[in-house]
Write a protein that binds this ligand. Structure first.
Ligand SMILES: [Zn+2]
Ligand SMILES: [Zn+2]
Ligand SMILES: [Zn+2]
Length: 328
């Protein structure tokens, strides 16, 4: 293998292919890529590497977003699933020997699609790009759990085209693709999201049924067998031992003298006592509080190209179907 050093990158030649090996991802932009057959990114600096990979897939030029990209030095990374979805492989050594058929296939597709600009940037483009990417890799469009996503899941190759929080647009496009049979889908997970902003970053709280405060004190209820008294544990505590507030007898052994059949809660705002608190969700993103029965249910799916979807990406005449997304 011949290597030429050039700034933050190495240019490698293997099997007659020109490979760009990017050592410092922050120094490189996607515009550098089209002259190479494949790119290898060093994930030594994880965030910089992932940002570059996302920018590559977010580009609108097929020679860029379809580029075979591999990641090396990924073993320490937190976002391995994201790297796996957005790249063509996580490498253990600097060699693309195992990926030559993929390179050949993608090269042909880039050539086919490079001069078609029928589809202007707009809502249909992310869908077309994701469909082309899936087709070129024989892959499905697979969701990945991510703490950087509003909902808690991302569809990486689709998601890179959207700003954080463009959830409505995002869902509308996927719905359209399903309705027009361009994609099929398979259940992965069910989420409960903030009804106000669709965030999945929620803090679930037990609240007082009377005043809705979440400042509650929970304690056991004690049932004294001898006299049948039932009351909160705090009524039984005297110094370091338990004695019954009704009959004054000392409580010796759990199970023999008494048991703890349930919990009772006392609201620290209105001092209401109750056994069944209400549950609400505090949204960390927009700060709204929503009763859990009003949270938005959201199904996470994995998507696959249908035969009609494949026909659409091969037939420019069918792009007007995609353009319908912009009009709908
Ligand atoms: Zn209360
Ligand atoms: Zn008693
Ligand atoms: Zn919210």
């Amino acid at each position: 293998m011949i290597a030429t050093i050039k700034d933050a990158t190495l240019i490698l030649h293997e099997f007659g292919k020109h490979l760009l090996f990017v050592q410092q991802c922050r120094e490189v932009t996607p515009a550098t890529l089209p002259g190479f057959d494949a790119v290898i990114l060093d994930a030594g600096e994880e965030k910089e590497c992932l940002d570059l990979l996302k920018n590559i897939r977010a580009a609108n030029d097929p020679a860029c977003y379809l580029k075979p990209v591999f990641v090396i030095n990924w073993q320490h990374c937190q976002e391995k699933e994201m790297f796996a979805e957005l790249s063509d492989g996580l490498l253990n050594s600097v060699s693309i020997a195992a990926y030559l058929p993929l390179l050949g296939r993608v090269e042909q597709l880039i050539e086919k699609w490079s001069d078609n600009h029928q589809l202007q940037p707009g809502m249909a483009l992310p869908l077309l790009k994701a469909m082309r990417f899936a087709y070129s890799r024989h892959r499905n469009i697979t969701p990945v759990p991510s703490r950087y996503s509003l909902t808690g899941y991302m569809l990486p190759v689709f998601d890179v085209n959207f700003a954080h929080g463009q959830f409505q647009e995002y869902e509308r496009i996927l719905q359209y693709a399903i309705q027009h049979n361009l994609l099929s889908r398979k259940f992965v997970d069910k989420l409960h999201l903030c009804s106000h902003c669709s965030s999945g970053y929620l803090n679930y709280r037990e609240t007082c049924p009377s005043c809705h405060s979440h400042h509650l004190h929970a304690e056991h209820v004690i049932h004294h067998f001898m006299c049948a008294n039932v009351g909160p544990e705090s009524d039984y505590v005297h110094g370091d031992h338990l004695s019954c507030p009704k009959c004054s007898q000392s409580l010796g052994h759990l199970g023999t003298d008494y048991d703890r059949p349930s919990m009772v809660m006392t609201c620290q705002s209105c001092y209401n006592t109750f056994q069944e608190p209400e549950i609400s969700a505090f949204c960390v993103s927009c700060k709204h509080v929503t009763p859990i029965e009003q949270l938005k249910e959201h199904i996470v799916y994995e998507y696959a190209l249908t035969p009609a979807g494949v026909q659409t990406i091969w037939n420019e005449g069918r792009y007007n179907l995609l353009a319908g997304i912009m009009a709908s």
